[in-house]
Design a protein around this ligand. Structure first.
Ligand code: GAP
Length: 545
């Protein structure tokens, strides 16, 4: 059922002899689409329009590994650029590097990844399926939370405007009962993990009567720790070969280069080093499309500060990063902070910026106060001093580090899922439109001759040849203009320029806006001006400062 008219547009301009409607109502068709269906639609849309393909698809794919297609690679590059510019270009005291994926194996001893980068896994003996023990328990808890939510929604319907959710949750007997059980499970699970008691983790799974979704049985093996790092051999002769790892985070490439950059760049604390690049994790449960992948890309920045000032910088970076996310103009309430209760071995404070994906609020970015753990350990393991000499204090120290770490693929999924809209128009037709922020859109402008004759293609090419130096544009002359508009909507192109017979006479074109479908007649000379103004990354960047 279509409920919400989201826009009314009066169109009074015309584009050649393409029929013009004077008023078009757009309805949000998503009101009738469940989140699960919506997510499925997003996945198939991204394949159909060249954003994301399953890796090695002709061999039936490789689990949790994906390739970016012709439009995906552009969107991904633009997100990366926006992050890079906001970090490196806008901060005089942040510089970038590009470290190798392979690092000396001792790096991962020093960082703690060899000993502690583990997930607890458990197998079902009947289905032979492998699961993350923590995910089984978390999913069970999520189901209990869903029961509470159901009670809340029932009461909301019953009491209408007078409903006070906070009071309801604090007083309703059944809700309180479920919440108490949830708290008890969480506490028991937290203690088991903290004390490394894997037998207790297994007992929790058994006590909660969690069954394998495939076999339906509770025939579980013991819980074991599973290291998430991929390893390979370096060296051509087996006797000489040593085990090396594919980096599970880009951060360590920054730590081991800390003094190289500080000295060669004459950096003064506080300063930052930024990096984007691939990271690899042998995730046991890889699901939710590109949300959890085995090969993914991170955008990380390590900010080196004077010990004792790290909390101040931690709060500053929390705010700075949240502002960056908000600058994309997504609706209020799509982002939230989630403070970590259980801190990683290297952190004295940590939080996530969560985003509301179609499958709920999930981690998009992490902000961590990493103390001097990494530099301190690299100093210990390498035997090389990694100290900063502070000219103001006239003494050396190991700096503390505040890290911001965001998954580029996850950010891509956030943009894609937020931009995807299924719309029904008043004339009965439907469209899928990606309302991607213009400066991130893969293609900025489509140049479309109305027909393939009468000199229109030549004129269109002339325009294309002028604007292609500044923006990625697409020239298209196949199919009706309506079909071409829909194709551009589907890949998120913010502007279409249509060249018709009138163009040959008065050098004017029709510009069509993706979001409103509004069409306007403008002189050709204005095209570049409009594009510059609307798709320039400098505009949102200016708002960040
Ligand atoms: N250097 C710190 C670090 O790596 P993390 O929380 O493990 O911290 C940071 O990862 C970000 O990397 C996450 O917030 C997420 O966006 C992304 N990320 C982590 N694992 C991922 C995976 N398997 N697939 C896609 N993105 C992932």
């Amino acid at each position: 059922m279509l409920k919400h008219p989201v826009n009314i547009i009066i169109r009074g301009w015309r584009c050649g002899n393409y029929p013009i409607l004077t008023a078009i109502y757009i309805f949000a068709a998503m009101a009738s689409t469940s989140n699960e269906d919506l997510f499925k639609n997003i996945i198939s849309h991204s394949r159909e329009y060249g954003f994301i393909f399953q890796s090695s698809e002709i061999y039936d794919g490789l689990s949790a590994v994906y390739d970016y297609g012709q439009n995906g690679v552009e969107l991904k590059k633009n997100i990366r650029d926006y992050w890079w510019k906001s970090m490196v270009q806008l901060h005089e005291n942040i510089v970038g590097i590009d470290a190798a994926i392979f690092m000396h194996p001792t790096t991962w001893k020093a960082s703690g990844h060899v000993d502690a980068f583990n997930d607890p896994l458990v197998d079902n003996k009947d289905s032979r399926k492998r699961y993350r023990a923590d995910v089984l328990i978390e999913d069970h808890v999520a189901k209990m939370e869903a029961k509470i939510q159901k009670e809340v929604e029932k009461a909301r319907t019953r009491f209408g405007d007078a409903f006070n959710e906070h009071q309801f949750r604090a007083t309703h007997v059944r809700v309180l009962e479920i919440q108490q059980k949830i708290d008890a499970i969480n506490q028991r699970f937290k203690t088991a993990l903290e004390t490394g008691n894997l037998e207790e983790v297994r007992k929790i799974i058994l006590d909660l009567e969690i069954a394998c979704p495939v076999s339906g049985t509770r025939n579980w093996t013991e819980v074991r720790q599973f290291n998430l790092m991929f390893s390979t051999q370096m060296g051509s002769v087996s006797e000489d070969a040593s085990t090396i790892y594919l980096r599970p985070e880009t951060a360590q490439g920054i730590f081991v280069n800390f003094l190289n950059v500080q000295k060669t760049g004459r950096m003064k604390i506080p300063f930052g080093i930024a990096q984007t690049g691939k990271a690899f994790r042998n995730e046991i449960v890889a699901r939710q499309f590109i949300f959890r992948m085995r090969e993914f890309e991170q955008m990380e920045m390590q900010y080196f500060v004077k010990p004792g000032t790290e909390m101040e910088w931690y709060h500053t970076w929390k705010e700075t990063r949240m502002n960056w996310h908000r600058s994309l103009g997504f609706p209020e309430g799509k982002h939230r902070f989630h403070d970590h209760l259980k801190l990683a071995h290297y952190a004295n404070a940590a939080c996530d910026i969560e985003f509301e994906f179609p499958f709920g609020f999930k981690e998009l970015e992490g902000i961590h106060s990493r103390t001097d753990f990494d530099l301190g350990n690299h100093e210990k393991f390498s035997g090389k001093k990694l100290q900063y000499f502070d000219p103001d204090l006239n003494q050396g120290y190991i700096p503390y580090v505040v890290e911001t770490s965001i998954g580029l693929d996850r950010m891509f999924l956030a943009v894609l899922s937020q931009s995807y809209h299924e719309e029904k128009l008043e004339d009965g037709s439907e469209r899928v439109v990606l309302r991607i922020p213009s400066f991130l859109a893969p293609v900025k402008c489509a140049v479309l001759p109305l027909v393939k004759k009468d000199g229109l293609p030549e004129k269109a090419r002339e325009i294309m040849d002028r604007i292609k130096f500044d923006h990625l544009c697409m020239y298209e002359e196949k199919d009706s203009i309506g079909k071409r508009y829909r194709r551009q909507d589907a890949i998120g192109t913010p502007f279409c320029i249509t060249i018709d017979h009138e163009t040959l006479q008065d050098n004017s074109v029709t510009i069509r806006y993706r979001d409103t479908m509004l069409q306007e007649r403008i002189p050709v000379t204005q095209v570049e001006e409009i594009l510059m103004e609307k798709v320039d990354m400098a505009t949102p960047l200016r708002q960040l400062t």
